[in-house]
Design a protein around this ligand. Structure first.
Ligand code: XIL
Length: 390
């Protein structure tokens, strides 16, 4: 009897493995058997994994921020997952100023070119990120006070980089994080030396260098009233100058259970009323406690480690897993309600193991903010998100 049972189990396992193998033949990428593409869906065992980009194909683009090890395809299972789930990518770091222009007269396009090649191979659009930002600037910019030097850098950087990738990337985050929480202008190196109009100037230069590329303003917390009003004024100012701006990116670094849905809805309505597309560009939902007084994605702010801030080192309890899933579901229900106004939803990373939130704003934590876990398996949140697609 026992032997009969054992035999049946072996046959069943063999059969499921076979079905999984067939399911692994994805349209977008190489077929990789195993942990990824054959993960069972909510249906029968062996169902192929549903695809986010397919589920939302008629609604908006679905993207992920990628690091170089993903772009260099170090792990075929990761490549297969990316190709199956996403139709657009944002380089997490490698098109930022410090990396693409390491010297005053020296550019390094190697990684950016690789990113563009990877995207073409898998038929993905590139949202290039980002031209003008106060952070991750080349070291030669540190302490620069002289307006002429800053203007030289600013003009040369935008013209060279945006020009080189025009027609190769779909869009640029032209200016990133230029506003304070109250909607006033951040006192960045660009504001201090070039004045408030530097943003209009950045879009003017980008428009000239990259006539075939969508041009966006991107920032965090801009769903909140005061900062949102600052963005509205900024977009109007750019438009009044006769300069093109095609979209506004709401970063979307939020916390599970605390997603500001009403503010987000107001922002979709107000930004789109300006005639620009709305994008959710860096979506992740932290499940960890915020350090006291910390409520921002300002990359300049770090807090000290404490065990109490890192409660889920050994795994995420069901209660937190469900809260994450419900928050994602509410968010995507809202996105679907306004799908005609939303151009793209991009997650800031592919899987929990490689999320920047393991290191920010506290170093050395174990966070779970994305739809795929550390083994690249879809989490309950993944299925909830898929479930919101019509
Ligand atoms: C982050 C990256 O994820 C990190 O790897 C890097 O160390 C710092 O920058 N807003 C942005 C992104 O616009 O560029 C930031 O990315 C996250 C916050």
């Amino acid at each position: 009897m026992y032997n009969l049972f054992r035999c049946a189990v072996i046959i069943a396992v063999f059969f499921v493995a076979l079905c999984g193998g067939a399911g692994a033949q994805t349209a977008g990428g190489p077929a990789v058997a195993g942990r990824l593409t054959s993960v069972s869906g909510p249906g029968a065992p062996g169902d192929p994994l549903p695809s986010l980009k397919d589920a939302f194909r008629n609604d908006f683009l679905i993207g992920a921020a990628l690091n170089m090890s993903q772009v260099e395809e170090k792990d075929p299972a990761v490549s297969a997952l990316i190709a199956r789930q996403f139709n657009t990518l944002t380089p997490e770091n490698n098109m930022k100023a410090a990396l693409i222009q390491p010297g005053w007269d020296r550019y390094n396009f190697e990684q950016a070119d690789e990113i563009v090649r990877f995207a073409a191979k898998y038929n993905m659009k590139v949202n290039a990120h980002c031209l003008i930002w106060h952070s991750q600037l080349p070291s030669f910019m540190a302490g620069m006070q002289d307006a002429d030097s800053v203007r030289h850098y600013f003009t040369d950087h935008i013209t060279t980089v945006a020009g080189r990738y025009d027609g190769k990337v779909y869009s640029w985050d032209v200016v990133n994080e230029a506003l304070n929480e109250d909607g006033t202008m951040r006192k960045s190196i660009f504001e201090r030396t070039l004045g408030d109009d530097y943003i209009v100037e950045a879009f003017r230069l980008a428009q000239k260098a990259a006539p075939h590329t969508q041009l966006y303003y991107n920032d965090y917390n801009i769903e909140h009233d005061k900062k949102r009003a600052g963005v509205v004024a900024l977009v109007k100012k750019i438009q009044a100058a006769g300069v093109r701006i095609d979209g506004v990116g709401i970063q979307g670094h939020w916390s599970a259970g605390h997603v500001p849905l009403q503010d987000i809805e107001n922002s979709i309505i107000e930004f789109s009323a300006l005639g620009v597309k709305v994008m959710f560009t860096e979506l992740d939902l932290s499940v960890l406690p915020s350090p006291r007084g910390h409520n921002t994605a300002d990359v300049g702010q770090h807090s000290d480690y404490a065990d109490a801030l890192n409660p889920y080192v050994n795994g995420l309890p069901d209660s937190a897993q469900n809260l994450l899933a419900d928050s994602y579901a509410q968010l995507f229900q809202l996105f679907m309600k306004y799908k005609d106004k939303i151009g793209r939803v991009t997650f800031w990373g592919v899987d929990d193991g490689h999320s920047w939130l393991n290191g920010f704003p506290v170093r050395g934590r174990t966070n779970y903010p994305l739809l795929f876990d550390r083994q690249l398996k879809p989490k309950p949140a993944f299925y909830k998100v898929i479930g919101t697609a019509k």
